[in-house]
Design a protein around this ligand. Structure first.
Ligand SMILES: [Zn+2]
Length: 295
């Protein structure tokens, strides 16, 4: 069985911005000053290479640039997570979408000395227009689809429960449930269907329990059995797993005023993250996403 491990390095400011909180001026975002090293240590312990999705705006800070270089030096892949992590990305106007991808691409390229080949839209907000643009720009893969019917419902209800800004899932959401669960070349008119585009879709892994998402956020909330059920299903059926973490998973949130359900105890989250990484490392061949799509 093959797998990839992916980390969205959404900085603390993305959460503060999203929660309409003030964003204090910091010399280095805590996701970079703390979480990155924790992830690098964890991946080094199990000798595996992962893919880090990075926001272009974070590439303008010297300390953060050093962190990105450290990620690359350890053999991990850097992918593009847009310039400003704007909400409702799929419905932005075309010129702004292009600017968000290209500006971030160029900044990342200047740090890693090569073209990033992978993209994930902020909050998985993807559609055909963005996918076609990525292909035009020479991207080899997009990883913005969660092929789950329940994910948009969970996301929308969690956000209304927390009285957050409403999330517009029009651009994808429920129709992504019909997308293939393993890597595929999408169709130009319908990214949920197999077609003959060059770019590949790398769908985020879901569990086999009603298609419930199983990335770390949901495992913290529901429990380890959610990961086990999805992982064992992939193992049994030889399905490639693309497992997703977020930078915030290994951040001590008690030091900040952000309150996320089931994120209170860092040691509990560290335990769950290590459990997941150990199980993936011991039972599958882990490659960076860029490497996996080229074999
Ligand atoms: Zn993100």
């Amino acid at each position: 069985m093959h797998s990839t491990i992916q980390v969205d390095l959404d900085s603390l400011w993305t959460y503060q911005d999203y929660l309409n909180m003030e964003t204090p001026e910091l010399s280095c975002d805590p996701i970079y000053s703390q979480s990155v090293q924790s992830f690098l240590d964890l991946f080094a312990k199990y000798d595996l290479k992962a893919t880090f999705f990075i926001i272009g705006k974070d590439c303008r800070n010297t300390q953060q640039i050093e962190c990105i270089k450290a990620i690359v030096e350890q053999g991990h892949e850097i992918a593009n997570h847009s310039m400003n992590h704007l909400p409702d990305f799929a419905n932005l106007n075309f010129a702004l979408q292009k600017q968000e991808i290209v500006e971030s691409h160029n900044l990342l390229k200047s740090i890693i000395n090569k073209d990033p080949v992978g993209f994930r839209a902020p909050m998985f907000s993807i559609n055909e227009k963005v996918n076609n643009l990525l292909e035009e720009l020479g991207y080899k893969y997009d990883a913005s689809i969660i092929p789950s019917a329940i994910f948009p419902l969970l996301m929308n209800s969690a956000h209304s429960l927390l009285k957050l800004r409403p999330v517009n899932m029009r651009s994808g959401g429920i129709r992504f449930a019909k997308a293939p669960k393993s890597i595929y070349n999408p169709d130009k008119q319908d990214i949920c269907r197999r077609g003959n585009m060059q770019i590949k879709q790398v769908p985020v892994g879901i569990s086999n329990l009603f298609g419930f998402p199983m990335h770390s956020t949901y495992v913290f909330t529901v429990g380890k059995f959610l990961f086990d059920s999805g992982f064992n299903f992939c193992l049994k059926n030889n399905i490639t797993l693309h497992y997703l973490f977020h930078g915030i998973d290994l951040l001590d949130l008690n030091r900040f005023s952000i309150k996320l359900p089931r994120f209170k105890s860092l040691s509990r989250r560290q335990g769950i993250c290590e459990y997941i990484v150990r199980k993936i490392a011991n039972n599958s061949q882990v490659r960076t996403t860029g490497d996996l799509i080229s074999i």
